[in-house]
Write a protein that binds this ligand. Sequence first.
Ligand code: SF4
Length: 70
Amino acid sequence: MRVTVDRQRCIGSGMCVITADEVFAQRDEDGTVRLLTAEVADELRDRVRQAAHLCPSRAITVSAGPEVER
Ligand code: SF4
């Protein structure tokens, strides 16, 4: 699974960091999201999906690939 973030949409709420701090961080400068990795490890998938769901500005997108999700 891959994850991308749109920092232009991010309002710096920090929900993603609370939910999956292995994948998301916040920039020191302005508190907007910083992606630590684009490839999500299997054991983190559920939490990354939850982070995308919880993001108040819909700034997180998850997608399959490069492997096919089952
Ligand atoms: S949850 Fe969304 S709005 Fe909040 S810091 Fe993460 S990407 Fe930004």
